[in-house]
Design a binder for this molecule. Structure first.
Ligand SMILES: NC(=O)c1ccc[n+]([C@@H]2O[C@H](COP(=O)([O-])OP(=O)(O)OC[C@H]3O[C@@H](n4cnc5c(N)ncnc54)[C@H](OP(=O)(O)O)[C@@H]3O)[C@@H](O)[C@H]2O)c1
Length: 281
């Protein structure tokens, strides 16, 4: 049974989900359907992944009520201006084939674009929350500096902040800032896109626990209280990643994994202060 985390707006999010970054659009429906069959009810997609349609089709075909699912999507970097964001959000709902989304995020703050004005973008997400089409709203890749601007200039504290976190980039300072302000932390690239799985410290703990390295790392996140949604297009791994609630890591194992941190060098993704990628269409 996947535990729920209560967000600052009173809604509950399953702590484990299925991420679909880099799942090719034509494969997304089948991959998501398989994840649903295994038991996942929380799916993390984004406009820029171009695979919201496949997620929506799998949910529709599952035969389960829409209310059983927790679906997250994220605003494209190309759509930060308010009218663009409104159009993009309409398209997200239509691609997903749903009249509401559980959680909608600003994907990147883009402080070097749009005159650095992600506040106008956040106000537009506040509209989606007010009209009920986004049950919760949040951000991704926001640093404490970016968050502070939202606290100072708007009325809504984000429900979540989705940031890169894994044993090579534990990001504890940013996690603590979010926690202090009641923002739930979502850890993306939780197994560093596979890079941490051969680490001798992790394989040793996995051997002792009788679990795989991926299960040990995902369990580490769960015990830290973060929300995770590992991605895999391999059915056996999707299943394996779901089987992390029948064992516990002791304090020494938790500390040993945390000590693998490599700081900034450990990132697999971009630095939010400089990322300025904008998709062309
Ligand atoms: N907000 C953001 O900017 C942002 C950025 C990155 C990611 N995300 C979100 O976070 C999710 C997860 O992050 P991610 O996709 O970057 O990386 P990840 O989940 O850390 O790793 C995915 C990679 O690990 C492999 N893998 C998965 N489970 C495995 C297992 N049990 N054993 C061995 N290898 C395994 C997958 O291979 P196969 O697929 O080949 O099996 C894939 O290559 C994304 O899907 C997305 O939803 C958000």
């Amino acid at each position: 049974m996947v535990p729920g985390i209560t967000l600052n707006d009173g809604r509950t999010i399953p702590q484990l989900g299925f991420g679909v970054f880099q799942v090719p659009p034509p494969d997304t429906r089948a991959a998501t359907a398989k994840a649903i069959e295994i038991g996942y009810r929380h799916i993390d997609t984004a406009e820029m992944y171009r695979n919201e349609k496949g997620v929506g089709e799998a949910i529709a075909a599952s035969g389960l009520d829409r209310g059983e699912f927790f679906v997250t999507s994220k605003l494209s970097n190309a759509a930060h201006l308010p009218d663009d964001a409104r159009r993009a959000f309409d398209k997200t709902l239509s691609e997903l084939g749903t009249d509401y989304i559980d959680l909608f995020l600003i994907h990147w703050p883009l402080p070097t674009l749009y005159d650095g004005d992600f506040v106008q973008t956040w106000r537009t997400l506040e509209e989606f929350r007010k009209d009920g089409r986004a049950r919760s709203i949040g951000v991704s890749n926001f640093t404490p500096v970016h968050l502070q601007r939202l606290f100072d200039e708007t009325d809504t504290v984000p429900a979540v902040n989705q940031i890169e976190i894994h044993p090579y980039f534990v990001n504890d300072e940013f996690r603590a800032f979010n926690q202090k302000h009641g923002i739930a932390v979502e850890a993306y690239s939780p197994i560093a896109q596979g890079e941490v799985l051969d680490d001798p410290a992790i394989t040793e703990i996995a051997g002792r626990a009788g679990k795989t390295p991926a299960q040990v790392v995902l369990r580490w996140h769960i015990q830290r209280g973060d929300i995770v949604f590992p991605k895999s297009k391999t059915e056996a791994r999707v299943r394996e990643n779901f089987e992390i609630f029948d064992f516990e890591l002791d304090e020494a194992s938790m500390a040993a994994i945390t000590s693998l941190d490599r700081g900034e060098k450990g990132r697999t993704g971009g630095n939010p202060d400089t990322v300025d990628f904008v998709p062309k269409d």
